[in-house]
Ligand binder design. Structure first.
Ligand code: ADP
Ligand code: XUL
Length: 527
């Protein structure tokens, strides 16, 4: 019986997981992660992105992801497992980031020489050397232009699931076309990070699926096809440059002869890659409506499955396609793990001391508040960095750490209210979900039970499970999503953290004061 491989190309690392589906229950038998800054220093990234003098610009070198893929596939092949049993591979990638390919790409991808590493052979295939990432905020003008062309942000949100957001691929493509028209003209394909890496695996142009395509401001959320009005508002002749959109559990090809020969892998099925949040929805087991997941990764996100696309016309959140064929609501925060690391480092702490400092200050921090905008923020939209403290001495480590974590948890809770989910349980994931002190604040602020998972990488687990789901269907033995996630993507029952009623009361009041503080700061900013 079968092994499945999931890959996750995230902001700071590329990771892999293998699942043995014949074990009872199915279990993860291999995990490996590669940190870009540490293992591939020649690309010059910091936290996975290139340094930039303009704080709005956050780009990464796309071929770094290919080199990481090569290293990680090699590690999976040498895992000692019988990789001849590998039936299917899928992937997860940071959302919204785009890769621009020229007319040589298809031929070069198909003709790779297995005796050589991939990157030197693929150097000429990009029409743009860098890929804008989800952290990029340089496209405010383009957002305004696109929204105006389709009649405003509310109609754009109804059509595509989101108002125009700076990091979304459509506004990024428009800026590229405006600033580098010759390079845009030379671009024959604009891929997302997900469909780019899928293309690299199959040695041909790969399709996109609706989960990641809905992060572009270009797809009709209901028909799951490109929306002509959005394409027209974005850039000329864009339809020809976009991949096709296929259902999420589609086999898009097989592992190319190059990867088979290079690492001794079989001709496994390759399943459409998706975005990290849609993959995490599966990896946290949220295949039914009613619970939310909170991912504390490089970005912090809060999301849950939706049976119908209840779009947020208020402009905070997104509705994406879910891998199950349903939809998912999501709100994203940019000041996540890197803000936590910043405060940790400013006070000279390690994670254990950070947690102790957090625990040592009282719930509610004596009424003190902090707005954690160390970098421009996505939610709410804060164009220029600027941390604000009210009643916190920045030299007081306990108050500062507490202020940060309470701010992050209150922002997550307040800005997910639009989803209309009555939350009684939260599935926590992402690197910082390993931190129980943070999860205790989460439980108190949301007034909900919080559960953890064995692995903090639900995006990678979701990718493996998507590979299994699609392979089962392609083999004529389809399995339900409930069946796929049972026993694998379930929270650890003993990890349950219950909210403490007095603290829930404290935060009920503080959440309103936090919302007022946020609103005041935004008003004074725009004044
Ligand atoms: P990504 O979203 O890029 O995949 P991860 O989910 O892998 O990121 O999260 C990585 C982050 O997890 C690191 O940047 C680090 O700040 C954070 N992290 C790891 N361990 C802890 C901990 N014990 N407490 C808080 N944060 C942690
Ligand atoms: C979601 C978003 C981030 C990235 C991070 O909209 O921008 O969560 O997907 O990888």
């Amino acid at each position: 019986m079968s092994l499945y491989l999931g890959l996750d190309c995230s902001t700071q690392s590329l990771s892999a997981m293998m699942l043995d589906a014949s074990a009872s229950p199915p279990r993860v038998v291999f995990e490996h992660a590669l940190d870009y800054d540490a293992v591939l220093p020649s690309y010059g990234t910091r936290h996975g992105v290139l340094p930039s003098a303009d704080p709005r610009v956050r780009v990464s070198p796309p071929l770094m992801w290919v080199e990481a893929l090569d290293v990680v596939l090699g590690a999976a092949a040498r895992s000692g497992l019988d990789v001849g049993r590998l039936a299917a591979i899928s992937g997860s990638a940071q959302q919204h980031g785009s890769v621009y390919l020229n007319a040589t790409a298809d031929e070069r991808l198909a003709a790779l020489d297995a005796a050589q590493p991939p990157v030197p052979q693929l150097r000429g295939i990009v029409s743009r050397l860098v890929s804008p990432t989800w952290m990029d905020t340089s496209t405010a003008d383009e957002c305004a232009e696109i929204a105006a062309a389709v009649g405003g942000n509310a109609p754009l949100a109804r059509l595509t699931g989101s108002r125009a957001f700076e990091r979304f691929t459509g506004p990024q493509i428009r800026r590229f076309w405006k600033q580098q028209p010759a390079e845009y003209a030379a671009t024959t394909r604009v891929h997302l990070v997900s469909s780019f890496l899928g293309s690299v695996l199959i040695g041909a142009d790969a399709a996109l699926e609706p989960g990641d395509a809905s992060g572009m401001n270009l797809m009709d959320l209901v028909t799951r096809r490109w929306a002509p009005a959005a394409l027209e508002a974005t850039a000329p002749e864009l339809a020809d440059r976009l991949p096709s959109i296929v259902p999420s559990s589609s086999v898009i090809g097989e592992l190319s002869p190059y990867w088979q020969a290079r690492h001794g892998l079989p001709p496994a099925r390759v399943v459409a890659w998706s975005g990290d949040n849609p993959c995490s929805l599966i990896g946290t087991g949220l295949v039914r409506e009613g619970r939310l997941a909170v991912s504390l990764g490089t970005s912090d996100t809060v999301f849950g499955l939706m049976r119908a696309p209840r779009v947020d016309e208020g402009g905070t959140g997104h509705v994406f396609g879910a891998p199950t064929g349903d939809w998912m609501g999501l709100t994203c925060f940019r000041n996540g793990s890197l803000a936590r690391e910043r405060v940790r480092d400013e006070h000279g702490l390690d994670w254990a001391a950070f947690s102790a400092a957090l625990d040592s200050a009282p719930a509610g921090n004596g009424g003190a508040l902090l707005l954690p905008w160390f970098e421009p923020e996505i939610t709410p939209a804060v164009p220029a960095a600027g941390v604000r403290r009210r009643g916190i001495d920045p030299r007081d480590a306990a108050a500062d750490v507490r202020g940060l974590i309470e701010a992050q948890m209150m922002a997550l809770a307040n800005h997910s209210a639009w989803m209309g989910v009555n939350v009684d349980a939260i599935h926590a994931t992402g690197g910082a979900s390993a931190n129980a002190a943070i999860l205790r604040v989460m439980a108190d602020v949301f007034g909900a039970d919080v559960y953890r998972f064995e692995s903090t990488n639900s995006a990678c687990l979701g990718a493996v499970l998507r590979a299994w789901h699609a392979d089962a269907a392609a083999s004529g033995q389809p399995r339900s999503w409930d069946d796929i996630v049972a026993g694998v993507a379930q929270p650890v029952a003993s990890s349950r953290i219950r909210p403490r009623p007095p603290h829930v009361e404290t935060y009920r009041a503080l959440r309103r004061r936090y919302a007022d503080f946020e609103a005041e700061a935004l008003t004074s900013e725009s004044a």
